[in-house]
Design a protein around this ligand. Sequence first.
Ligand SMILES: CCCCCCCCCCCCC/C=C/[C@@H](O)[C@H](COP(=O)(O)O)NC(=O)CCCCCCCCCCCCCCC
Length: 218
Amino acid sequence: MADSTGPENHKFSLQEVLDSFRVCLSEDEHVSLERYVAGWRGLVKFMNSLGNVFTFISKDAVSKIQILVNFLNGENGSHYVTIQSMVKYELENGLVDVSKRGTHPESGCRTLLRLHRALRWLELFLERLRISKEDGKTSVMCADAYNESLSQHHPWVIRKAAGMAFCVLPGRPTFFEVMNVGSTEKVVEMLGEAVPMISKVYKITEDLYAQNNLLELP
Ligand SMILES: CCCCCCCCCCCCC/C=C/[C@@H](O)[C@H](COP(=O)(O)O)NC(=O)CCCCCCCCCCCCCCC
C-alpha cells in the first residue's frame, strides 16, 4: 500500500529537507521560491526538535517564511515563482525600500535576503559537521560558522543571544541521530551531496542580489 501519511507525518529526515535545496534549482538556474521556502520550513522543524531555547531563532525564521508564503499565495503570486522573477517584479514596480525603511518594510527581496544570509551560515556549519571528528563540538562548529557569516549582520544583543543558544546545542552523536539519516557514514555521505547544492543556491542568489545592488537592503 502506498504511504498515505504524507511528508508532514512521516518520520522527519534531514535528507528530505536538504533535498529541497537541490530541487529548487531549475536547469537554467532559476530558484523556485516555493521549494526554497519548503527547505526553510523543514530546517525550522529540525531546529524546533532540538529544544525550546531555539524558539527565538525559529520564530524569526517562521515569520520571514510566512511573509514569502503570503506573496506566493497572493494576487501577484505568479511574479513570485522564482527568486529571479520576484527580484525583477519588485524592482520594476518600486516595491523595495532600497536605502532606508519606508513604505515597503517587508518586501520579498529584503525578507529573502535575511534567509539568504542564514543559508551561508548553514553551508559553513554543515561543512564543518561533515569533516568533524567523533569528538567535534557542535557548539564550536556552529559558533565559528556564525561568526564567519551571519553575525556580521546582527547587532550585539542578537549575537549574545545566539551565542547562548549555541552553548546548549546537543553533541554530535545526538545531532546526527536527530537528523534521522542513518549511520555516521551515511550522514557524512548525505552532507557531501547536500553542501555543494546549498552552496550553489547560495551563489546564484548572491550573484543575483549583487547584480541588482540588493545586498545591503535595510
Ligand atoms: C541548529 C542550531 C541553530 C542555530 C541557528 C544559527 C543562526 C543564529 C541566528 C540568530 C538569529 C536570531 C533571531 C533574530 C534575527 C533577526 O534580528 C535577523 C534580522 O531580521 P530583521 O532584519 O527582520 O530584523 N534575522 C535573521 O538574520 C534571519 C535568521 C534566520 C535564522 C534561521 C536559522 C535556522 C536554522 C536552521 C537550523 C537547521 C540546522 C540543521 C543542521 C543540521
